[in-house]
Design a binder for this molecule. Structure first.
Ligand code: IPM
Ligand code: MG
Length: 359
């Protein structure tokens, strides 16, 4: 059976980390006799340059006809001055909406080998960091009305943050179902002391939780959560939150695990087709220099095998290979610490492939 994978090579370090992820998928395909068919779907800055549109119709079609989408990272200063509708980020938001990917799962788990790369004290890290952020992805301020106008003779800008009951219910179910497979704890993060959208959010979470008696639900304000994540991240299992809060908290959660260059993510809708991407950006400053950490991209590919293709054995093979590479002390610059060896993006990818093939 062939799996058709839409590939978004992206901007900045995107193409070089994608090259490593595809090499890893090729190694899996060789080892397990599975066939992957890659279909290019230009999106972001590359698509603006080639087609004048950050998400050409053809690319959306390719993604919608695929079994899953693998994406690197998009954007960069080159496109900072283009009009809002033509920015690379617009392409990504339109893709998420076009594929109806309402849930975004962002695991933050520290590899023990990267303990010294975490900015947190060892006494905090050693209590363990293994949480997952379930971020609502196609609602809230990202998709509410955006406006810039003149009011009383001065410029005024606004972005509406709104949620319908239905939008909250479906993400709540994802959070509870995720928790059932883990430590059965959901912490819902909101700003219900100020925002109406958060009050509804909290009410709906409480209602949906009745259907999951085995899962413990707690609530936390987002400012407190930002603080608790650095004070004692071991208290969290599943964090569920709205789009903008989830964007911010997931960057924080990734950094305490050592590097944002280690964390993949998965976005899903109601079916099995997903969009898999590292949570870091396109890092234009180090693009093309063979310095980027390809592991978040590679781990995103592993997530795709598990979540969309039900290939648990192969997903684990990739994760074990990544661990083996870390065990050998092989690192890119972002995760270097005493006693480790600095390698390039390409060499780290190659090392992962070798581990897969020799396992
Ligand atoms: C992310 C990114 C995106 C977001 C940007 C690139 C639009 O920061 O995936 O976290 O804000 O969702
Ligand atoms: Mg972000």
């Amino acid at each position: 059976m062939t799996k058709n994978i839409a590939i978004i090579r992206g901007d900045g370090i995107g193409p070089e980390i994608m090259e490593q992820a595809l090499a890893v998928l090729d190694a899996i395909s060789e080892k397990y006799a599975i066939s992957f068919n890659y279909m290019d779907a230009p999106m972001g800055g590359e698509a603006i340059d080639r087609f004048g549109d950050p998400l050409p119709e053809e690319s959306l079609k390719t993604c919608l006809s695929s079994d899953s989408v693998l994406m690197s990272a998009i954007g960069g200063p080159k496109w900072d001055e283009v009009p809002k509708e033509k920015r690379p980020e617009r392409g990504l938001l339109r893709l998420r909406a076009g594929m109806e990917l309402y849930s975004n799962l962002r695991p933050a788990k520290i590899f023990p080998q990267l303990r010294d790369a975490s900015p947190l004290k060892p006494s905090i890290v050693d209590k363990g960091i293994d949480l997952i952020i379930v971020r609502e992805l196609i609602g809230g301020a990202y998709f509410g009305e955006h406006k810039t106008e003149m009011i009383n003779g001065q410029e005024y800008a606004s972005d509406i943050m709104g949620y319908s009951r239905n939008e909250i219910e479906r993400i709540a179910h994802v959070a509870f179902k995720t928790a059932i497979l883990r430590n059965k704890k959901v912490c819902s993060v909101d700003k219900a002391n100020v925002l109406d959208s958060s009050k509804l959010w909290r009410r709906v979470l409480n209602e949906v939780s009745v259907q999951y008696p085995d899962v413990e639900l707690s609530h936390m304000y987002v400012d407190n959560c930002a603080m608790q994540l650095v004070r004692d991240p071991s208290q969290f299992d599943v964090i569920v939150t709205e789009n903008l809060f989830g964007d911010i908290l997931s960057d924080e959660a990734s950094q305490i695990c050592g590097s944002i260059g280690m964390i993949g993510s998965c976005s899903l809708g109601s079916g099995t087709r997903g969009l898999y991407e590292p949570i870091h950006g396109s890092a234009p400053d180090i693009a093309g220099k063979n310095l980027a950490n390809p592991l978040a991209m590679i781990l995103s590919a592993a997530m795709m095998l598990r979540m969309s293709f039900d290939m648990e054995v192969q997903a684990e093979a990739i994760e074990k290979a990544v661990e083996a590479v870390l065990d050998e002390g092989l690192r890119t610059g972002d995760t270097m610490s005493e006693g480790t060896r600095l390698l390039g993006c390409h060499e780290i990818g190659k090392a992962v492939c070798e581990k897969i093939l020799s396992a």
